[in-house]
Write a protein that binds this ligand. Structure first.
Ligand SMILES: Nc1ncnc2c1ncn2[C@@H]1O[C@H](COP(=O)(O)OP(=O)(O)OP(=O)(O)O)[C@@H](O)[C@H]1O
Ligand code: SF4
Ligand SMILES: [Mg+2]
Length: 327
């Protein structure tokens, strides 16, 4: 018997209408998430990670056009849901930790009042208990303050509390949830997310550009480049046998892999405009590119335990390894 995935995204495209015309931000993204699984999304700035989360939450701005052959949450099609059905699912079914905490809170309303908008008439003792779980017990007395009176990390933890704890969703979309936090609080928050996963079977899509953080919390990871999911694999497989040249370059650029004073191999060039080139978007930066890469866009194929969008994915034995990486 096959169990239905908690979330199933197939062929998701998102385009934005801009002054320069229609610009693709997400192209043909597909992945599935089981209950109790943490799926990481990693990729450089502008690769489309937040746009994928907004599309799942059906919170894209009016200038966006989204299409998908399937976007199911617990078997129901998110794309065809009415505004009322979506309101019923947001918060209680799917929780979102937004990337920028300040833009999610009203700057002119005291936090206590904003908490009440989310939590209704929840007893104060339960609110203090929730605050305690995200390390915010100390601010319970200061809730009459406005958002600008709290640090970015405190507001981030408050939003984590609202998204992940207050209404107990079964799916959590976490957009860079720990980027603004110091190392101690970051570890606390990661533990909290894993604890919720273990206790409640929470499924999590965890966006980060920090592969170190991804390695700590994720079961599987998807690597995005110029709006495409270029590689998806179980976390151990991705770190041990990266198969897409971009994934390999990302791993080579990890500072933790270098000794003090050693020069880090950065990825030369930028992704700007890559999604408007014919062929593979990574070709201008790829050490393994051949003529066909510039003409024909690669399809996703299964290689070992990974899904890879590349004409020449590396196999586990190291075939196709670019000279520079093999050195
Ligand atoms: N409202 C919008 N109008 C036009 N283009 C947009 C809009 N929002 C996002 N984009 C574009 O879509 C692309 C993907 O953006 P997105 O915010 O999803 O990237 P990201 O991977 O989350 O980046 P970061 O790591 O910086 O958060 C970018 O090129 C961005 O400029
Ligand atoms: S398709 Fe070609 S250019 Fe693109 S990542 Fe693979 S080898 Fe490099
Ligand atoms: Mg983002």
């Amino acid at each position: 018997m096959t169990t239905e995935p908690l979330l199933s995204v197939r062929d998701l495209d998102v385009l934005f209408d801009t002054a320069r015309g229609r610009v693709p931000a997400v192209r043909g993204v597909s992945f599935e998430l089981a209950a109790g699984e943490v799926f990481g999304l990693v990729g450089e700035s502008g690769s489309g990670k937040s746009t994928v989360l907004s599309a799942i939450m059906r919170l894209l701005p009016g200038v966006a056009v989204a299409n998908a052959s399937q976007m199911n949450f617990q078997g129901s099609d998110l794309m065809s849901m009415s505004a009322g059905q979506l309101r019923g699912i947001r918060g209680t079914g799917i929780g979102l930790i937004p990337q920028r905490p300040m833009t999610s809170l009203s700057p002119v309303t005291p936090l206590r009042k904003q908490l009440r908008w989310f939590l209704g008439d929840m007893p104060q003792s339960e609110i203090v208990d929730l605050l305690d779980q995200v390390g915010l017990r100390a601010v319970a007395e200061r809730l009459d303050g406005y958002p600008f009176e709290f640090s970015g990390g405190q507001l981030q933890r408050l939003l984590i509390m609202l998204a992940a704890l207050a209404r107990r969703p079964s799916l959590l979309l976490a957009d860079e949830p720990t980027t603004t936090l110091d190392a101690t609080v970051q570890a606390q928050v990661l533990r909290l997310i894993l604890d919720l996963r273990d206790r409640l079977g929470l499924g999590v899509v965890f966006v980060s550009h920090d592969l170190g953080v991804i390695a700590q919390v994720c079961d599987r990871v998807g690597v995005m480049y110029a709006g495409r999911l270029v590689e998806a694999a179980p976390i151990g497989e991705l770190f041990d046998n990266p198969r897409h040249p971009y994934t390999q370059a990302l791993l080579r650029a990890l500072p933790s892999r270098y000794k003090r004073g050693e020069r880090i191999k950065v990825i030369e060039g930028t992704a700007a405009g890559a999604n408007r080139l014919p062929g593979c978007a990574f070709a201008p930066r790829c050490p393994r590119a051949e003529a066909m890469c510039r003409e024909q866009e690669p399809e996703t194929r299964s290689v070992g335990g990974a899904l890879v969008r590349c004409h020449f994915p590396e196999d586990a034995a190291g075939a196709n390894k670019p000279k520079e990486a093999a050195a």
